[in-house]
Design a protein around this ligand. Structure first.
Ligand SMILES: [Fe+2]
Ligand SMILES: [Fe+2]
Length: 387
């Protein structure tokens, strides 16, 4: 095969992986019978046929955590991570598609991958879809780690590699070391891709609840909520990307606040409150010194607790011009804090969240942006199960 044909095949495979992974994600959120799943499976089918071209077979193999198509590694990213995760969950080492495959074969495969059945030998093969042997790797997932999989989209489903990137950044930040923005940029680009495809999945994506690493998941939630707001405001390009990065890093200053205060399951005293209120300044100072951090992330870290009508912290002059991204981040921040289950607080239900946002709109939050956010939340809630 010449190099341009091989390139075409690889790009067809990457398209297939993208649509198939999105179909899986939607199937996990709604059901594999949801029309969105059929639509995405149809697109995956078209891409697969394009990738197969004149070949009679094409095989997708999982080698370690790398997806390989007919011996060519596929580029890694959010989508291939999701697919490799789905294969690994079922202990499938490879899937071979052969000539004559139909859309309904793909839908059956999605049903198989989403089924609670974990023994791959019990999954229903079809004439044109064959599973490879069980992967017996030393890193076989334990039963515990599978808890809850298959019905909720979690950060883990998005990308294990990206979690590692974030965890590493947080570790380096704790030691006040520099970190590279590259991995974070790639993660934000991946999230933009997902949200562009289905903006209504944003609230479900934001249902990431891990009590033990609240700041970590909260930052990802705020990033996703920021991106959803920005995309629906038709913001594009560099600014969109930077709004996502700003969401991800807005609370990084909390890493410099003692954990026992951050996690205290009781009312904070005056001194403790004053300490927590230093996190915007500490975060902005830290980010300012890191090479290649978007200036918007520094500004947002500093401003995200300053109220629309003045007030909040840190104290600034009455005519201080707040950045649009800071307004957006404040909304995401308040909403996620309300929606997240904490060890000492149950999550607030959507109608109550809406009431609270409406109540503080115009004082704490920007009124027009809050209205916009509530419309977005309504449309997402109508489309699927709200977390
Ligand atoms: Fe904050
Ligand atoms: Fe926050």
């Amino acid at each position: 095969m010449n190099s341009s044909a091989s390139q075409q095949k690889l790009s067809g495979c990457a398209e297939f992986v993208r649509y198939f992974a999105m179909a899986l994600a939607n199937g996990a959120l709604y059901s594999n019978l949801h029309p969105q799943v059929s639509r995405l499976a149809g697109k995956a089918f078209e891409a697969l046929i394009q990738a197969m071209e004149k070949a009679t077979k094409i095989s997708f193999m999982l080698i370690d955590d790398q997806m390989v198509v007919d011996n060519q590694p596929l580029p890694k990213g959010v989508y291939s991570e999701r697919l490799t995760g789905a294969f690994r969950d079922k202990r499938i080492e490879s899937v071979e598609f052969s000539e004559g495959i139909t859309e309904s074969d793909l839908l059956q495969l999605i049903g198989n991958l989403l089924s609670p059945e974990t023994d791959y030998q019990k999954l229903a093969p079809s004439e044109h879809v064959r599973f490879g042997k069980i992967a017996l790797s030393a890193t076989e997932p334990s039963g515990d780690s599978q808890e809850g999989k298959g019905n909720t989209l979690t950060l883990e489903d998005l990308s294990a590699a990206e979690i590692r990137i974030l965890a590493e950044i947080y570790e380096r930040a704790k030691k006040r070391q520099n970190f590279s923005i590259k991995g974070l940029s790639e993660m934000v680009s991946g999230l933009i891709g997902i949200l562009r495809e289905d903006i209504n999945s944003f609230l479900l994506l934001s249902a990431l609840q891990k009590k033990d690493r609240y700041t970590f998941t909260h930052s990802t939630n705020v990033c996703i909520l920021n991106l959803a707001q920005a995309i629906s405001l038709r913001i594009q390009g560099r600014l969109l990307h930077d709004i996502g990065i700003a969401g991800m890093l807005h609370d990084i200053g909390k890493l410099f606040i003692p954990e026992e205060i951050l996690c205290k399951p009781a009312r904070l005293d005056e001194e403790e409150t004053a300490l927590i209120r230093q996190h915007p300044v500490k975060g902005a100072e830290y980010l300012y010194a890191i090479p290649n951090i978007p200036p918007l992330a520094v500004t947002t870290a500093y401003e995200h607790h300053i109220d629309f009508a003045g007030g909040g912290y840190p104290r600034v002059s009455a005519d201080w011009p707040l950045n649009l991204c800071s307004y957006i981040t404040s909304i995401s921040d308040v909403f996620d804090a309300l929606r997240t289950r904490r060890s000492y607080q149950a999550p607030t239900e959507l109608p109550e969240c809406k009431k609270i946002l409406q109540k503080i709109s115009g004082t704490k939050l920007h009124p027009a942006l809050t209205r916009h956010f509530l419309t977005l939340a309504d449309s997402a809630a109508l489309k699927g199960p709200f977390p």
